[in-house]
Design a protein around this ligand. Structure first.
Ligand code: ADP
Ligand code: GLC
Length: 491
């Protein structure tokens, strides 16, 4: 199949979270299975900041009208394994020091990306079977196709798959941005209730007009149909429940594998687990923790936002450090209140708790390799990748039973020696406290702990399985789009 994959971030070029990892690994996995996959993303300044030098690519300059404005975008290219990534270059929009902004042009920035991706196909005369869009930033793609390109010779029969990586980010803007997005002439296709209330929700348009919807785990696919985790879109999603599939993300084993990871000082595998201890020492040194024989290190790497349950940590972690010989290390950036709470732990427990503020790829790998337990107390988690990285690194995760965390981690049973981590249900400090103590208890049993590590390391979370499921989803979308064309009066 010919697949156009559009995303606002793609690792290693530009990344704020798991979307970038998926947008990098999935296209490569699909290409390895013989598909013709092209990826499109913006040319942010972080791309060159990360050391990449995109080359000029066909067609050089791409010009198109978006509402009242004429857009002229440079077209660049970078290789990603066997996949070509095309970068849309509009310096005034994308070279602004950040991948996402809260500025007035935010909706326009990603409308340009969405539209440019389609215009590129026309310029290339390359007719995609499927356009795969991700999160609100690319949710206008299905809308543009439906509203404007149904009789286009290149794009007319393209099917659309829209993947929800996180329903909490919806791209909701005041209705006065509508003309700038080039959708002013199609008001009857917009959500009329939203219009009356004076706004437009871009994610909702993708959910409405894509041929098939996917999200990143089976449990999250069920959860978003409920008012509790549907963030106001559960009603719309329930009308599309038959077109919604949950496909669990994989992990890129070329990047996240302790036996080959170039970002950790000591490589190890299930057969040489003792070498993990050397990474633990390196981690302790790197972040200023006192290393101790058989002293467990609890680690977390996260965006510091409400979703991730950071607010639940200071109480139970303080309790843990007061009562037991343990260590805590956190890496992340985000909301001030969470940064302060974590920094405060570091100050109260010097040598035993450390917080590193910022985004640090090598340190993220070192924490996976050097910590004994990884923490993910999320309030909700569409999939979550870090818990799968932890499993692969022999670092059993503590997770809340939600979304993809529930689908990938099984609670440790010391009697039968089954399970891969520690799973708590209630999103409160009591839940975290219970799980921390379960982990502490398990850690005390040296043999049991090793079995727990090996159980996790034996899990197969590679992309191979997921890529096969996406093929199925693409085929379904193609069939749906074809049926719609047959039903539609010819134009
Ligand atoms: P989300 O996409 O919601 O942030 P995921 O678990 O899917 O959650 O993916 C998070 C990804 O971002 C992981 O690859 C993780 O290592 C990375 N990450 C998050 N915060 C940081 C940070 N401060 N430094 C380095 N990597 C980070
Ligand atoms: C989102 C979700 C995360 C998921 C990632 C990749 O950022 O918060 O759970 O793993 O997308 O799909």
């Amino acid at each position: 199949m010919r697949v156009l994959f559009v995303a606002s971030e793609v690792a290693p070029f530009a990344k704020t979270g798991g979307l970038a990892d998926v947008a990098s690994a999935l296209p490569q996995a699909l290409a390895a299975r013989g598909h013709d996959v092209r990826v499109v993303m913006p040319n942010y300044d972080v791309v060159s900041g990360n050391g990449f030098r995109p080359a000029e690519a066909e067609p050089g300059i791409l010009g198109f009208d978006l509402g009242p404005r004429r857009v002229a975008a440079g077209v660049k290219e970078l290789p990603l394994g066997d996949v070509a990534v095309t970068l849309i270059d509009v310096p005034s929009l994308y070279r602004v020091g950040a991948i996402y902004t809260e500025g007035p042009e935010e909706a326009f920035r990603f409308a340009v990306l969405s539209r440019a991706a389609l215009e590129l196909c026309r310029r290339w005369r390359w007719a995609p079977d499927v356009v795969h869009c991700n999160d609100w930033q690319t949710a206008l793609v299905p809308f543009y196709l439906e509203a404007m390109f149904r009789s286009d010779p290149v794009l007319g029969s393209a099917a659309t798959v829209f993947t929800i990586h996180n329903l909490a980010y919806q791209g909701v803007y005041p209705a006065d941005v509508i003309p700038s997005l080039g959708i002013g002439g199609f008001r009857d296709m917009l959500d009329q209730d939203s219009l009356r209330s004076g706004y437009v929700g871009i994610l909702a348009l993708g959910l409405r007009y894509a041929d098939l919807l996917t999200t990143v785990s089976p449990t999250y696919a069920r959860e978003i149909l409920t008012p509790e985790l549907g963030f106001g879109l559960d009603g719309l999603l329930r009308t599309r429940a038959d077109d919604l599939v949950g496909i669990l993300n994989g992990i890129d084993t070329a990047v996240w594998n302790p036996a080959t990871d170039r970002l950790i000082p000591h490589l190890y595998s299930a057969k040489s687990l003792w070498r993990k201890e050397w990474n633990k020492k390196a981690l302790a040194e790197r972040v200023g923790l006192e290393w101790g024989e058989r002293v467990p290190v609890f680690g977390i790497v996260s965006r510091l936002v409400e979703q991730k349950g950071i607010g639940l940590l200071p109480g139970p972690i303080s309790g843990l450090l007061e009562r037991a010989d343990a260590r805590f290390v956190a890496l992340g950036s985000g909301e001030q209140r969470f940064e302060e709470a974590l920094a405060d732990l570091g100050e109260r427990f010097p040598g035993r708790a450390a917080f590193v503020s910022g985004y640090d790829e090598p340190l993220a790998h070192l924490i996976e390799a050097g910590a004994d337990v990884f923490l993910m107390p999320s309030q909700f988690e569409p999939c979550g990748l870090n818990q799968m990285y932890s499993l692969a690194y022999g670092t059993p995760p503590v997770v809340r039973k939600t979304g993809g965390l529930a689908d990938t981690v099984r609670h440790w049973d010391p009697t039968n020696r089954t399970g891969t981590g520690f799973v708590f249900e209630h999103f409160d400090e009591g839940g975290v406290w219970w799980a921390l103590n379960e982990a502490l208890g398990a850690y005390a049993d040296r043999k049991g702990w090793k079995q727990l590590q090996l159980n996790g390391m034996a899990e197969d979370n590679s992309w191979e399985k997921a890529a096969g499921e996406y093929e199925g989803a693409y085929q379904r979308a193609v069939d749906t789009a074809r049926a719609k064309r047959v039903a539609r009066p010819s134009t």
